[in-house]
Design a protein around this ligand. Structure first.
Ligand code: BG6
Length: 489
């Protein structure tokens, strides 16, 4: 077992993610007695303030974002007592030294560094810490996405961090991997005998992965513009889901075995090119409309200028390998959609021969489908054909029915952990299984780069959709021209 970290140095500690997710998650872990006994947090951001002022901001954040039933004055005070604050601006050597002195004063236990900063600060921050002597064997480093903005820049980040830390001490965060629902995909696939024999091109017609959000840009336009849905959602979260759906069964549930299989799947993604990219992808941008009855301004209005950044993308992906040849994977994600809905649909092929067909009689036989809902609730539905009750004078009538399992109900009463609780605990305990390895990130970017290059060379622009709809009609056509349709409840 690797040693547990005794100190977490958190950069970007005044940011939104730290307040909404990271500190509340650390607080929950502490309330449950899951943090090491002597564990301290050294928070850092650009803003100048002292420990007391920073703790006040965290006390406020906990009131809003921590689980209300865990909030308790004494526990909050004890948690705040483990936090100190040291401001650092990029390139300010004196501040770096001051931070290092404070980190050393906390003791000489193993350190975990968490970079929740813009990616341009990853390398300088790590180098600053290394220069100050804080990076020793056993020091871990976690980085939030995005790791670069394309393959070349992600390699630069990976090289710079890799020069200071061995790969097994680097924790690239994709918060989707911390979600119970995403981990459950492995339980479903590899904990049941039922599916694996059918999980390939002989029985599966196609796969759909949808991650639809109702939110728009929520004040994040300055980050989002020029990035867009492909790099913000597909490059990371959706390709991680795809890799878990598509991978070969790993030999063991450990970080090397699991990630070896995921990267093989990611490397099988067939690159797009300027000739085929228009047939395989759709870029959309929301204009004004209404989401759940609320009026929403269009993306360009929110930005204050016209933009070619996509807030919706639909893709038809192919994996060139033995298992998946000929099985399209349709991916779709967008902002300002009618529902928050993350779902995977495994569409099986029809039965090879229907015994129910009689000229003029009988009924249509729908092929089976397995629907795995990840968000907002967790459920699995297997669509089966059943005989409708009746005397069948006109032939047997079949109807599709759903075999429904609600994991939300099956595990009612059990606490659903925030993804970051799991990831922070794994970081502190040194388990990289649910973090993204360098070769995975680079395989993801390789495929994404082929799409962005295709868009650029072919001049593929965004098409508009009204906020509150399922994206542009071209997104629907992408799948319908193959004789399938998106699954929307
Ligand atoms: C983030 C993206 O990584 O994931 C956001 O930057 C997106 O644009 C978010 O809204 C979605 O995460 P979740 O957990 O709400 O599905």
């Amino acid at each position: 077992m690797p040693d547990k970290s005794a100190t977490l140095i958190l950069f970007g500690a005044t940011g939104d993610l730290a307040h909404r997710m990271l500190f509340p998650s650390l607080y929950h872990l502490r309330c449950d007695g899951l943090l090491p006994e002597r564990f301290n947090i050294l928070a850092s951001g650009r803003t100048e303030m002292d420990d007391a002022a920073f703790r006040d901001t965290i006390a406020e954040a906990l009131k809003t974002y921590a689980q209300p039933e865990l909030l308790d004055e004494a526990r909050v005070a004890a948690f705040l007592g483990t936090i100190i604050y040291s401001p650092v601006s990029a390139g300010n050597g004196d501040q770096f030294e001051a931070l290092t002195a404070r980190a050393k004063a906390l003791g000489d236990g193993p350190i975990a560094i968490y970079l929740s900063t813009p990616p341009s600060l990853f390398a300088p921050t790590a180098q600053g810490l290394a220069g100050a002597g804080l990076v020793v064997p056993g020091t871990r480093i976690a980085m939030e996405k995005p790791i670069g903005k394309d393959l070349a820049s992600s390699k630069e980040v990976n090289d710079a961090i890799g020069a200071l830390f061995p790969e097994e001490q680097i924790f690239r965060v994709d918060h989707y991997l911390g979600k119970e629902t995403v981990q459950n995909l492995m339980a479903l696939r590899f904990g049941n005998r039922l599916f694996e024999p059918l999980w390939n091109s002989s029985a599966i017609d196609h796969v759909q992965i949808t991650v639809a959000e109702t939110v728009g840009l929520e004040g994040r336009v300055s980050y989002y513009d020029g990035v867009g849905a492909l790099k913000d959602m597909v490059q990371n979260h959706m390709l991680q889901i795809l890799s878990i759906i598509a991978m070969e069964p790993p030999a063991r549930m450990d970080s090397t075995s699991v990630r070896d299989e995921k990267v093989k799947a990611l490397r099988s993604l067939r690159p797009m090119d300027p000739e085929n990219v228009r047939n395989l992808s759709v870029r959309g941008q929301y204009r004004d409309g209404a989401v759940k009855g609320k009026l929403v301004a269009g993306y360009a209005e929110e930005l204050g200028q016209p933009s070619d950044t996509e807030t919706f993308v639909a893709l038809k992906a192919h994996l060139d390998n033995w298992r998946w040849t000929g099985v399209p994977f349709y991916l779709r994600t967008g902002k300002c959609m009618p529902n928050r809905q993350s779902e995977i649909l495994i569409q099986f092929k029809p039965v090879t021969h229907s015994i129910f067909r009689r000229s003029g009689f009988g009924s249509a036989l729908e092929p089976n489908a397995l629907i795995i809902r990840l968000q907002p609730d967790e459920a699995i539905r297997l669509c089966l054909m059943a005989k409708r009750p009746g005397l069948d004078r006109d032939g047997v009538k079949l109807q599709e029915i759903g075999l429904d399992v609600s994991l939300t109900h099956a595990f009612a009463g059990e606490r659903r952990r925030v993804a970051y609780e799991r990831l922070l605990l794994d970081l502190i305990e040194g388990d990289t299984t649910l973090f993204v390895r360098r070769d995975e990130v680079e395989a993801q970017w390789t495929w994404i780069d082929s799409i962005t290059a295709g868009w650029k060379e072919s001049g593929q622009k965004v098409v508009h959709y009204a906020a509150g709809t399922w994206g542009p009609s071209a997104g629907i056509a992408l799948i319908e021209r193959d004789g399938a349709s998106w699954y929307d409840d």
